[in-house]
Design a protein around this ligand. Structure first.
Ligand code: DC
Length: 222
């Protein structure tokens, strides 16, 4: 069974996807982490993310592996665990930029389908998992929330980590990333026509998880 979960940054999809895969014993596939791994390398090599040829060249020499761990997934780039370094806004923005290139998407989507096919059951999370990667997924969820709430969640998360950044700046960055993800020509962020839309603005993670678990239990697919 494939459960595809899509949605914008801060919608709660990562937390839900991680916990859901844990409770169901499914493989967790974090597709955003793969875009972030490429973005990390771009930053490390000081490459212009707008330069498609340079990005593709760089992608030839990289090996990305996702490894299940207790707190979600570990991301290895050419054998090095880069998980602690890829969750920044800067890396997210570079990831969003390169995600506009069809050639980049094609390579990563190929890898994501491979991982999905190898796993018996998987929760796959991203922006195009139900529309492009696995259009035949048994369950498709599109999680969303107002930009204000998403920015507040992100702000609180960063504050907990001791990172001081203004709420207004986060809100601006979230809106910017939404715009990049929703307006790209190839696989823009949007719900699949048969996705169940869950607005998490006023709902807790536990409530959302229970709703999805109920859907899985009932086999209530569409
Ligand atoms: O989910 P995330 O914030 O880790 O994703 C980072 C960026 O990667 C996101 O802004 C757009 C891109 N992305 C994508 O285009 N398709 C996916 N399936 C996952 C992420």
């Amino acid at each position: 069974m494939i459960i595809a979960i899509d949605g914008p940054a801060g919608s709660g999809k990562s937390t839900v996807a991680k916990e859901l895969s844990k409770r169901l014993g499914f493989t967790y596939i974090d597709t955003g982490a793969m875009y972030r791994a490429v973005a990390y390398k771009i930053k490390e090599e000081c490459i212009d993310p707008e330069d498609l040829n340079a990005v593709l060249n760089l992608m030839k020499g990289i090996d990305i592996k996702l490894e299940q761990s207790n707190d979600g997934v570990k991301v290895f780039l050419n054998g090095k665990d880069i998980s602690p370094y890829i969750r920044t806004e800067e890396i997210g923005k570079i990831a969003s930029k390169i995600a506009r290139f069809s050639e980049v998407r094609k390579i990563l989507v190929g890898m994501q389908r491979e991982i999905g096919k190898k796993s018996k059951n998987a929760v796959i999370e991203g922006r195009d998992t139900g529309t492009v990667i696995f259009p035949d997924a048994e369950i498709k969820i599109f999680m969303t929330a107002s930009p204000d709430v998403r920015a507040k969640r992100r702000w609180e998360e960063l504050k907990k980590k001791g990172i001081e950044i203004s709420y207004q700046q986060i809100l601006r960055e979230i809106k910017e990333r939404d715009h990049l993800d929703e307006t790209r020509k190839d696989s823009p962020l949007k719900p699949a026509s048969d996705a169940i839309i869950i607005d998490t603005t006023d709902r807790s993670i536990e409530e959302v998880l229970n709703q999805i678990l109920e859907i899985v239990k009932k086999g209530n697919i569409f």
